[in-house]
Each structure stands twice: as C-alpha cells, then as structure tokens.
Design a protein around this ligand. Structure first.
Ligand code: GDP
Length: 224
C-alpha cells in the first residue's frame, strides 16, 4: 500500500470506530481526567459544529446530546475508538449576546484551554460568510502562543457559489498564513454536500499519528 493509501486507511478506520458520549461537564471540576489526547471543536453557535462532528463520525452522537436540555452550555466529551476524545466546547453565542454572558463563557473556555494537558489540537469553525471574527482571531492567537495545531473549517461552503467559496478561501488563507501560518491549516466544509469530510478526518488522524510517533513536527502550514 502506498504511503497516501495507508494514511487514508488509518483516517477512515479511526472515524469508522465507535464514538461514544463520555461526559458533559458544566464546570471544570466535572471534566473527565486527562487520559487520551483531546481535540477541541470551537466556534460560534449555529456555525455547524454538531453537523461537522456528525459528518466526521457518521453518526448523530453530538446532535442527540445537544438536544438534551442543559447540555448545550456544557463541555461535552466523546470517545473516538478508544484512541482520542473529541471535545465539543459550548458555542460562544451570537454577536449580540449580552457582555456578562460572553464573559462567563470566555472564562469557562479559557479555564479549559489553559488547564488541559491532554489538549492536542483545536478545530475552529467559521461561517464562510462571516470569517475571522474577533473571537476567531483570539483563538488563533491563543493556539499560536500555546504551540497547538489549529485547523480552520470555513463551514456552509454550499451557501456560496463555487467561485465565491474559492475566493473566500483564498482571502482567508492569505490572512491566516500571514498571521498564524506556523500553526494553522484551513479548508472548506459543507455538511449537506459532505464536502471536506475526508480532508478534516485526515487532519485529525494526522495529529493523532504525530502524537503516537512522538514526533515534534511543526504544522505544515495552510492547505486548501
Ligand atoms: P451548531 O450550533 O454549531 O452545533 O450548529 P448545527 O450543526 O446545529 O447547525 C446549525 C444550522 O446550520 C442547522 O440548521 C444546520 O442544518 C445548518 N448547517 C450546518 N452545517 C451546514 C452546512 O454545511 N451547510 C448548510 N447549508 N447548512 C448547515
């Protein structure tokens, strides 16, 4: 098998395995102990986070959980094949939510991000029509300062025509390369079209592979 085929097969296997809800934590005291490597998913509410995790795992695990009242403001943990945890961080609210609520959320997030030893990568979702918000920039800065790989998905790519989506990708890529090219990668994503599912799976499997190999490679820069 060629190296590419082996890599594709490893990614396919990772996401074809079981993906079980482990815990929902309303406070940091309640989060599971650091055990497996963790990949955190973060983005504004409604950006398509549940749809992404469902598309990646081929299940409705996340959607089912978010429909349970009270769970939406928790940090939810899913065990993927006994190999890593996918962590669904609470959506950070619409731009118009009151400041105190924003602050509360930010403290929760910051405490998780800064205390979690097993955090091995961040997936940052941005609506392709509203990319690079202040919050997105903060997350990119934070990942860079923490030397954590961060993969950006421009979601709902199907909302734009093909050419417009490509242009949006190029524009955001240029800015991300200039500011965060040492840690960030980038791609288009559409849940209904299943565009970018395999690409995202490969990135996460790659992060896991790097950890398993014990290699300290730098992220390879922005792709797309
Ligand atoms: P979350 O709040 O970030 O978890 O977002 P959801 O995954 O629940 O999605 C919010 C809304 O956007 C739902 O109505 C989804 O059907 C829709 N949505 C999510 N992803 C896509 C996408 O890629 N394309 C389109 N057109 N709609 C999407």
């Amino acid at each position: 098998m060629s190296e590419d085929a082996e890599r594709d097969e490893a990614a396919r296997k990772l996401f074809a395995g079981a993906c079980d809800f482990v815990a929902g934590a309303a406070s940091l005291d309640a989060i599971p102990k650091d055990t497996l490597p963790e990949f955190a998913f973060v983005g504004r509410s409604n950006v398509g986070k549940s749809s992404l995790v469902n598309a990646l795992t081929g299940r409705n695990a996340l959607a089912r959980v978010s429909q349970t009242p009270g769970r939406t403001r928790q940090i939810n943990f899913f065990n993927l094949g006994g190999l890593c945890l996918l962590v669904d961080l609470p959506g950070y609210g619409y731009a118009k939510v009151p400041i105190p609520l924003k602050l509360h959320w930010q403290q929760h997030l910051e405490a998780y991000l800064s205390s979690r030893e097993s955090l091995a990568g961040v997936v940052l979702l941005m609506d392709i029509r509203h990319p690079l918000t202040d919050f997105d920039r903060l997350m990119l800065d934070w990942a860079q300062a923490s030397r954590l790989p961060i993969h950006v998905l421009l979601t709902k790519a199907d909302k734009l025509a093909y050419g417009a989506a490509k242009n949006a990708l190029l524009k955001v890529r240029k800015e991300i390369l200039a500011g965060w090219g040492d840690v960030a990668t980038l791609q288009l994503f559409s849940a209904p079209k299943r565009q970018g599912v395999e690409e995202a799976q490969l990135v996460l499997a790659g992060w896991l592979g790097l950890l398993e190999d014990g290699e300290e490679e730098e992220a390879s820069g922005v792709e797309g």
